[in-house]
Design a protein. Structure first.
Length: 180
């Protein structure tokens, strides 16, 4: 699997913002070689899945490539949709297959999912963020990231990780997202 990063409002050529780099370093992630680039239609067309931080970013992706609506989600949205689909329905014996199966199944659940406040699918904006804001963001991202990992990990890996959350509320139970 290849992961590519690009932004809808990227500061092209810039590195990771100081507070973000600092908090990632605390987690053992070296972001020193990262260089921001602008999201382009060719990136979207080449992707099997596009994950966005906010619904506005997801909309920007779909404006560039309308067919991408089938495989573009916010991180929080995909975790919630995946929870609705369920681990057993995802199927497949490797991460890539399981992820592609999830991407195929998730849009069917999107129509049935009731979202009372649109911002519920948005992650915190890190523009001009302090170290504390970034640390909070990373904490908020943990539950949905773990949910997605549990959905796509093969059974042999999952037994090491532990049980999956039972509901969408469990995904968000340790997450307090701002409603902007």
């Amino acid at each position: 699997m290849t992961v590519v990063s690009a932004g809808t409002e990227a500061l092209v050529g810039e590195g990771i913002d100081g507070p973000v780099a600092s908090e990632l370093a605390k987690l053992g992630v070296d972001g020193s070689s990262h260089v921001a680039r602008q999201l382009r239609a060719k990136h979207i067309r080449q992707a099997d899945i596009v994950l966005a931080a906010e619904r506005a970013h997801r909309s920007a992706v779909v404006r560039l490539v309308p067919a991408a609506v089938r495989y573009t989600f916010t991180v929080l949205e995909l975790a919630a949709l995946g929870q609705r689909v369920g681990r057993s329905a995802v199927g497949g014996s490797d991460v890539a297959t399981r992820l592609m199966n999830l991407v195929e199944l998730a849009p069917r659940e999107r129509a049935a999912r009731v979202v009372r406040k649109a911002k519920v699918d948005d992650l915190r904006d890190l523009k001009r963020a302090s170290n504390r804001d970034v640390a909070r963001f990373l904490t908020e991202l943990r539950a949905p990231a773990e949910t997605l990992l549990r959905l796509v990990e093969p059974d042999s890996v999952l037994s090491i990780v532990g049980s999956e959350p039972k509901s969408e509320a469990d995904i968000r139970s340790t997450v307090r997202l701002p409603l902007r």
